[in-house]
Design a protein around this ligand. Structure first.
Ligand SMILES: *Cc1c(COP(=O)(O)O)cnc(C)c1O
Length: 380
């Protein structure tokens, strides 16, 4: 007889050491929380205008520059509002007239809705692809920002940032910019700054920190654009003004008060990645976890990767379809055993689990999770 999900008890030897597999907010390393505790008295609860906090912001900016191999003239711009806030800021401060969006899931669609609603911008060009795949950008002289998403967290699709056909449009007197939403990819996937003008993210995903902050890595062309729009005198709310954010960031500050814990946790992860061997090392942890999950799904007749094309499968967020067994029941049984946040993305409406494979997650735990799912499916 089939067991009810919550009555299934996983044997201790099967369980992962850490049961957090959510795609964001995601597992925060206990070591990072310890590091935060160590700064309970001299950092937490102190002024963000003084050297204690500003030196941490400065280290964070330096760590990002090193981790991503940013060249001369690149700037690390910080501000409040997370990635969603950054979309609004980009609409005011980076898009001149018209953006082209690649929309292939919840997050990329949301950014396209922002520029479509902005009264000072022309209607964007929105190129879509069925969920589970991604479109490619189409060069167009009337476009000044190409909006890409490195990893569409809602569907588990990753896309390459090298788009050579855009090359000619990124040169000359008024070069088009490539903006990349890297919220769940940054720190977990390699990329080449030569392909990108602005790589932005919030640190509650691959950076294993907390939300509320945006970090935007800006090329010289991106900075030039921000400054040109600023000098053109367009109205911009101050909290969404990237010229103000850039000026504050150069002073290792933010325009208004940031969450200090988020900044320290992000630095902790960035330095952990650098100590481990850098971005390639961090990405290899994600690749190890995700390939074990995809390989496992391919070998089971009740499971299969949702993303049909292996090239498009995300190395950081695995979407796995189930057949003949309820994914919700599996997620409920896992949750009853403290293995949490594996539920599928509601709006996709599939019989699916979504499992994060961020660098902070131990690849051994990812493998243990698959053994736990096997155990549960046998009993459901
Ligand atoms: C989570 C996520 C966002 C939204 O991030 P917030 O910090 O909550 O605004 C945007 N884009 C992608 C790809 C995401 O995964």
């Amino acid at each position: 007889m089939a067991a009810s999900p919550s009555s299934i008890s996983l044997p201790a030897e099967l369980r992962p050491a850490d049961g957090r597999f959510g795609s964001g907010p995601s597992k925060v390393r206990p070591e990072a929380v310890k590091a935060l505790e160590a700064r309970a008295l001299d950092y937490m609860g102190t002024s963000h205008r003084r050297t204690g906090v500003r030196s941490v912001v400065g280290r964070l900016r330096a760590a990002m520059t090193e981790l991503f191999g940013l060249g001369d003239g690149w700037e690390v711009v910080l501000g409040n509002g997370g990635s969603t806030g950054f979309w609004d800021a980009a609409a005011f401060s980076m898009i001149e007239r018209r953006a082209q969006h690649l929309a292939f899931g919840e997050f990329s669609e949301k950014f396209s809705a922002v520029t479509a609603a902005a009264p000072h911008l022309e209607d964007p060009v929105v190129i879509t692809a069925p969920y589970g795949s991604h479109p490619t950008p189409e060069p167009d002289a009337g476009i000044d920002v190409y909006a890409l998403t490195h990893n569409e967290t809602s569907t588990g699709v990753a896309m390459p940032l090298a788009q050579p056909q855009l090359g000619p449009f990124r040169q000359g007197a008024s070069p088009a910019l490539v903006l990349v939403d890297a919220t769940s990819a940054a720190g977990a996937m390699t990329w080449d700054p030569a392909d990108v003008d602005c790589y932005y993210f919030a640190p509650q995903k691959a950076f294993a920190a907390d939300g509320g902050l945006f970090i935007a890595l800006c090329s010289p062309n991106a900075i030039e654009r921000i400054e040109r729009i600023d000098s053109d005198g367009r109205y911009k709310p101050a909290t969404l003004d990237l010229a103000i954010a850039a000026r504050n960031s150069r002073q290792d500050q933010t325009y208004n008060t940031p969450a200090l814990a988020t900044i320290l946790l992000t630095l902790e992860t960035a330095e952990w990645m650098l100590d481990g061997g850098g971005l390639a090392w961090a990405a290899s942890r994600s690749a190890a976890s995700s390939s074990s999950i995809y390989d496992w799904a391919a070998a089971r007749d009740f499971a299969s990767p949702f993303v049909a094309d292996p090239q498009m499968r995300s190395p950081v967020v695995c979407t796995i379809d189930f057949d003949g067994v309820s994914a919700d029941d599996i997620a409920a049984a896992l949750r009853a055993n403290d293995i949490i946040d594996t539920e599928g993305y509601r709006k996709l409406g599939r019989n699916q689990l979504r499992i994060a494979a961020f660098p902070a997650i131990d690849p051994i735990d990812a493998e243990a999770l698959t053994a736990c799912i096997d155990y549960i499916v046998e009993r459901l």
